[in-house]
Design a protein around this ligand. Structure first.
Ligand SMILES: *[C@@H]1O[C@H](CO)[C@@H](O)[C@H](O)[C@H]1NC(C)=O
Ligand SMILES: [Ca+2]
Ligand SMILES: [Ca+2]
Length: 312
């Protein structure tokens, strides 16, 4: 992976830490090529009330929400749709009785995409102008088998993704662990406002940051990365746990669903052709969820070092 790509990755993770990007693409997405079904019943509802920053629906309605706060209550009464949230792909309309309801969004009402970077590739290998266009289309297929199977696969236009070879698959965790560590150190260095990391997280990262033996960020050979992992194994334990905690949010239960993994997986696939295969094999018991133990293991963390108290 070259430097610009790594920069993108760091920026992405910075966003992730701020929960912004994490939420923006968290919606019924397949991670392991199986249809997402029951694990998030809230997503199956037409009307979803946001709670805290955790609700994926919020990003699309984010700016809208801020507007709500300054609007007087009597205005809300006139427009029942103001406080009525619909899942992605749907918009609120009122019927004759002025009752709000969610209906499929007309794709032509989606904001025009300003560039290719807004395009998304779905599991049918079709490119959509934006995730809004995709979800509007998916909504129009609601109730059909085709619609049920259709998911957002990755960010960017569809492209040919090379098959991931066995040897390449083994390189993936080497690089990802190194990035995770560097991302955490970067967050630590930039955390002047104290909002990128919690105090507990900072204490952990401080130890890594201050360790003189730490491999500095850079384009390292796979051999060096492997050597460093062996030599400075302890520095990698927390970053691997931290990333799990960033993703395990809906709900926080020690398991990553397809949807929860999406914020990490979707932007990564176009850059890293082993992404899909890597996360597939991470789910070693094939129950479609990646447990903390499975996650740690596929990043080379030893069983005895898996510690749910590190997911902070
Ligand atoms: C998906 O579409 C891209 C671009 O149209 C094409 O190059 C690629 O081969 C397709 N992939 C599959 C798996 O069909
Ligand atoms: Ca979870
Ligand atoms: Ca599993």
């Amino acid at each position: 992976m070259d430097r610009p790509t790594m920069r993108v990755w760091i920026i992405f993770l910075l966003c992730l830490a701020g929960q912004a990007f994490a939420a923006s693409i968290t919606e019924e997405q397949p991670i392991l090529d199986e249809p997402v079904v029951e694990e998030e019943p809230i997503m199956e509802e037409d009307e979803v009330m946001p709670e805290g920053g955790a609700n994926p629906v919020q990003v699309e309605t984010g700016e809208f929400d801020e507007a709500i706060e300054i609007i007087e209550e009597d205005v809300n009464a006139e427009n029942p749709c103001l406080n009525h949230h619909c899942k992605k792909g749907k918009v609120c309309e009122v019927d004759e009785e002025n009752t709000p309801m969610c209906v499929c969004q007309d794709p032509t009402s989606c904001p025009a995409s300003v560039g290719e970077f807004e395009h998304v590739c779905a599991t049918d290998n079709t490119t959509y102008d934006s995730s809004c266009h995709f979800f509007a289309h998916k909504c129009s297929l609601e109730g059909t088998k085709k619609g049920h199977k259709l998911h957002l696969d990755y960010i960017g236009p569809c492209k040919f993704i090379e098959p991931c070879l066995d040897a390449e698959l083994n390189e993936f965790p080497l690089r990802m662990r190194d990035w995770l560590k560097n991302v955490l150190v970067t967050l630590y260095e930039r955390d002047e406002e104290n909002n990128l990391l919690t105090e507990k997280q900072k204490l952990r990262v401080k130890k890594i940051y201050e360790n003189e033996k730490r491999l500095q960020a850079g384009d390292h050979s796979l051999d060096l990365l492997a050597h460093d992992f062996e030599k400075n194994y302890n520095m990698y334990i927390f970053p691997v746990h931290w990333q799990f905690g960033q993703l395990d949010q809906h709900p926080i239960d020690g398991f990553l669903s397809h949807t929860e993994l999406a914020p990490l997986r979707a932007p990564l696939i176009p850059m890293e052709h082993c992404t899909t295969r890597f996360f597939e094999q991470c789910d070693s018991d094939s129950d479609k969820y990646i447990a903390l133990e499975e996650w740690a293991k596929c990043f080379g963390i030893k069983d005895q070092d898996v510690d749910k108290d590190l997911v902070i």
